[in-house]
Write a protein that binds this ligand. Structure first.
Ligand SMILES: [Ca+2]
Ligand SMILES: [Ca+2]
Ligand SMILES: [Ca+2]
Ligand SMILES: [Ca+2]
Length: 269
């Protein structure tokens, strides 16, 4: 009877631990497939292997004046690559400030350590539809390349950002993507949309990026068709949850054995 009660309590505790551990890992996540595109504004075949996410979190302005961008990412040992396709009916760089122009921002926290201050190799990167680009926070801008052009119904940006360290499959980077939209061409930004942002403070606080990219190997066989990663994709975090569950289970079994032993010892008294 006592044993049954103890087991029930342990099962409830185990479920609670697993639910809580899942909740603590609820960041937006995408798998970033290995691949090396050429940065020329043309969409290479390798982009078809990359996952796509959309900027549908509206941080600033009227949501009706926000443009949604589609973003893809690839990686290799040295570089992080992005492709952005933005639907935009009125294209403008009337403002002297690049963030007020039709432009995209993308964010990179290389070690995914989510500090407030940007580390030296972290950065916020920007390019507008006319391929005017800039790098914020990161002093070393070597190897940063962008290509942009207008397309039917909007514009695209293809870009390369060196990680400034060697990366490997399994590494996780902190990321986000953003579209800045001047909706009426008056030189004032009307809307901002992000993929993962936790607030509008990503420009000064890497803990607010809200997104994680898991570097995964290139597909072995024929490239798969493009897929969209949305809610709770499978990531390395699932391994953490599983590990947590196994540890909790072992702890529970140990507790049962200890209690059993105690009961036995008591009966020998
Ligand atoms: Ca290309
Ligand atoms: Ca960092
Ligand atoms: Ca616009
Ligand atoms: Ca405007």
């Amino acid at each position: 009877m006592v044993k049954m009660k103890v087991s029930k309590v342990l099962v409830v505790a185990l479920v609670l631990v697993m639910v809580l551990s899942t909740a603590s890992f609820a960041a937006s996540s995408m798998n970033i497939v290995q691949g090396t595109p050429k940065i020329d504004g043309e969409i290479d075949a390798v982009w078809a292997t990359a996952n796509t996410v959309k900027s549908e979190i509206f941080i600033g302005g009227d949501a009706s004046t926000n443009n949604v961008g589609e973003f893809k990412a690839l990686w290799d040992e040295d570089n992080y690559y992005i492709l952005a396709i933005v639907k935009d009916e009125v294209i403008s760089d009337a403002s002297a400030d690049s963030y007020q122009q039709d432009s995209i921002d993308w964010y990179l926290d290389v070690a995914n350590n989510k500090t407030v201050e940007y580390d030296a190799i972290d950065g916020q990167f920007r390019a507008n539809f006319a391929n005017v680009s800039s790098v914020m926070h990161r002093a070393d801008t070597s190897g940063f390349v962008t290509a942009a052009k207008e397309i039917d119904g909007g514009w695209l940006v293809e870009a390369k950002v060196p990680f400034l360290k060697k990366m490997k499959a399994g590494d996780v980077v902190g990321i986000d993507f953003q579209v800045n939209n001047d909706n009426d061409g008056d030189g004032v930004r009307d809307g901002v949309s992000n993929w993962a942002a936790l607030s509008g403070d990503g420009w000064k606080d890497t803990s607010q990026f809200g997104g994680e990219g898991v570097l995964v190997a290139a597909p072995a066989a024929k490239p798969a068709t493009t897929t969209t990663t949305t809610a709770n994709p499978k990531t390395g975090d699932d391994n953490n949850v599983l590990l947590f569950g196994i540890i909790a289970l072992i702890a529970a079994m140990t507790a049962v054995f200890v209690l059993k032993g105690k009961k036995k010892a008591a009966s020998y008294k």
